[in-house]
Ligand binder design. Sequence first.
Ligand SMILES: [Zn+2]
Length: 274
Amino acid sequence: MAFTPKVVVPVPLPASTRWFICRENEVLLKKDAVGVEQLPSGPSFDAVEPQMVGELDGVPCVSVRFPDQEPTPDGFEFIGLRALWARLDEQLFAIAGRANQLAHFASTHRFCGRCGAAMKPDGVERAFRCGACGLVNYPRIAPAIITLVRKGDTALLANSGRFPIPFFSTLAGFSEVGESLEETLVREVFEETGVHAGNVRYFGSQPWPFPNSLMIAFTAQWERGDIVVDGKEIKEARFFRADELPRIPPKLSIARRLIDAWVREVTGQDAPGP
Ligand SMILES: [Zn+2]
């Protein structure tokens, strides 16, 4: 199926419209349905103000923010974005991520930050515009680096201690104002592990809609320094050999793609595990 991003909501919306109804990193799905059929369709959600996400094989996909206090409609359930991966295919998951970001954007830009008047969708650009002073706000995307730092035949992985089942992953962190991505990487690796990294090479990127990040992945090389962790943001960090890997992130993430690419280069095989 082909997805084309679009900005303008068709009037009227056809009955085939797929509704991505979002509530704080959750999306509303029909119970007892499979695939795309899990997404609400039809005119019953027409009362709310949708934002256009795009067209999937010509069918409009729209995003709306579900009111926080309202009960979940009968026959539906809210599913967390991370769990959606198992319920929708990769393409629908990506559209749900876009829809969630747009719903978050709408809910945090209802009023102008300059004059306080109401903001409205621009109608042409993917933006909200102030009806009184004309201020335009675009959806905020927060860039974050993620990196696999290599040292000889080992790679630096860290356990943040944030998850109930501990696992080790690549290092990551948000870009600060005025920083290049390379500078972010060097700073974050040093802050989190005490290690100086260099030879930064672009690897790939992945939207991370929880709710509005863009992960930009790099490989890097250890240059100097022993591992020292602060015990707060990072609980433990180590250089691991490919044949002694701890529990690592699931395949959904670009962190895992970084690890798999390294393991494949070193051993000729993918890392074990889902
Ligand atoms: Zn204004």
